[in-house]
Write a protein that binds this ligand. Structure first.
Ligand SMILES: [Zn+2]
Length: 390
């Protein structure tokens, strides 16, 4: 017992003996400390690799406390994925909000897994509802991601969350990146790129084909299978991403910071105002959750996962259209009869597989962070509510 009390942080160093119970509160402290040690405020360029340089000090209030709040609130699968990250970057190297990377480490041959989040987001202390509104508008206008427009022709978002500030946004963004990691690990989108999706694949639930040739054989990207979402076809997702990347690259070349939260993107092709209204009118009856989710299957997957995860911190996430249309996103993703339900079942099955694999890994090689995540899995049904039949 003495060993358990004195060497919680170095459990593996304890001499073998009968396993002693560790207080959950101590495990949690240890897990949070482990997570904090992964945080890197990048110095110079970022290669998403072990050699990246980090600032010596990390401001607790700005970066570590929001991360703690995210971990504490996160459902089990989300916690487990945060535990599996080698590093969490906060810096100015994002063309938008966040990114995820898995690279083989040339030294150890092991994967190096990281999530990077836009540092300006945490520094400017944005309200979750403002960010959610500005981010929704950004897809149509290219406006600054942290500052919503008051233009009544643009959509806005109402969020009711117990994390109403930047922690809520961090939760939202990290859930999105965790979903990319989950899809990567389970090969959800491993396929030849020009091959149409087949029934039983997630992409099929979003797209019949990854590309769409029109009658004159011009190929259009990102074709949502639901004709109701025709309006988004006119949105130049790829062109607008390029505009954003061009701005980031230009800023980095000149040694300037680029924070898309603060400035509009130059060279953006705005959407027609009619298209916005039409899209939002039809979104509710579609299987999609946000405009971002209609871009390509991978981000339909990630945005769907975010909305399934969000009830852990939010009661409500409603998108309001210019004519007053209200899309109650959280209601839709939890409703077994909504057009979203097949996507939810697909994602839930993948989460269950991943949790089973995490349990096996934990049994073979225990670590405290994962122990906390999996203990929560035994108590919680959040995100994985429909497993009773499988
Ligand atoms: Zn994404």
């Amino acid at each position: 017992m003495k060993c358990v009390l004195t060497c919680l942080g170095a459990l593996l160093a304890c001499t073998p003996g009968p396993p002693s119970p560790i207080r959950p509160a101590d495990q949690l402290i240890d897990a949070l400390n482990t997570l904090e040690r992964k945080v890197c405020l990048t110095v110079g360029v970022r290669a998403n690799a072990p050699g990246d340089q980090c600032e010596a000090q990390v401001d607790r209030t700005a970066y570590l406390e929001p991360l703690r709040e995210v971990f504490l609130a996160a459902p089990p699968i989300f916690k487990a994925y945060l535990c599996s990250m080698d590093r969490i970057y906060f810096d100015y190297h994002s063309a938008w909000n966040a990114n995820f990377s898995v690279l083989p480490d040339s030294q150890s041959g092991k994967q190096f897994r990281s999530i990077g989040v836009r540092r300006g987001l945490l520094e400017s202390r944005v309200r979750y509802a403002d960010w959610a509104t500005a981010w929704t508008q950004h897809w149509w206008t290219g406006g600054p991601i942290d500052h919503p427009s008051t233009d009544l022709d643009l959509p806005h978002v109402e969020v009711e969350s117990r994390l109403p500030g930047e922690s809520g946004i961090l939760f939202h963004l990290m859930a999105h990146e965790v979903a990319h990691a989950l899809a990567f690990d389970y090969g959800v989108f491993d396929r030849p790129s020009a091959k149409p999706f087949e029934p039983g694949e997630f992409g099929y639930l979003s797209w019949l084909a990854p590309q769409w040739p029109d009658s004159s054989q011009v190929v259009h990207p990102a074709v949502a299978r639901e004709p109701a979402l025709e309006a988004v076809r006119r949105l130049d997702f790829n062109g607008n991403l390029d505009a954003r990347l061009t701005m980031l690259e230009a800023a980095e070349k000149q040694g300037r910071r680029f924070d898309p939260g603060a400035v509009p993107v130059q060279g953006w092709t705005p959407a027609s105002r009619d298209g916005i209204a039409t899209f939002l009118d039809r979104l509710d009856r579609s299987s999609f959750t946000t405009v971002f989710s209609t871009w390509h299957p991978e981000d339909d997957w990630t945005e769907s996962f975010v909305m399934m995860t969000l009830p852990a911190i939010a009661e409500r996430f409603d998108i309001i259209g210019p004519q007053g249309t209200r899309v109650r996103v959280l209601q839709k993703v939890s409703d077994d009869t909504s057009p979203f339900a097949p996507k939810r079942r697909f994602i839930t099955r993948t989460i269950d597989r991943a949790l089973a694999d995490f349990r096996a890994r934990q049994a073979a090689s225990p670590n405290t962070c994962l122990a906390v995540a999996l203990a929560a899995a035994n108590r919680s049904i959040v995100v994985s509510p429909s497993t009773s039949g499988s």
